[in-house]
Design a protein around this ligand. Structure first.
Ligand code: FES
Length: 80
């Protein structure tokens, strides 16, 4: 098994975050609460990426799981 997930999503999620609040971004693609972790990774090698929002507002979190700057979209989805 490689270190990449098998996400079927090929675009970022637009989500509203609150400055200072902690979030857990799903890296395994199995969560039913995309783009956030719901614990579904427990049977895989993947771990969620924990991050604290540094601003309040809309952010674009990676949905394809191939970003090089997790949890944020870096445009990698456009070359999949
Ligand atoms: S959705 Fe993954 S890099 Fe954009």
């Amino acid at each position: 098994m490689n270190n990449k997930s098998s996400s079927k999503c090929l675009e970022p999620y637009s989500v509203k975050v609150e400055k200072g609040k902690k979030y857990a971004w799903c890296s395994c693609s199995l969560s039913a609460k995309q783009p956030f972790c719901d614990g579904a990774h427990s049977s895989t090698e993947f771990k969620p990426i924990i991050f604290i929002a540094d601003t309040s507002g809309i952010v674009y979190l990676c949905g394809c799981k191939y970003t090089k700057k997790p949890p944020y979209c870096d445009g990698s989805h456009s070359s999949l």
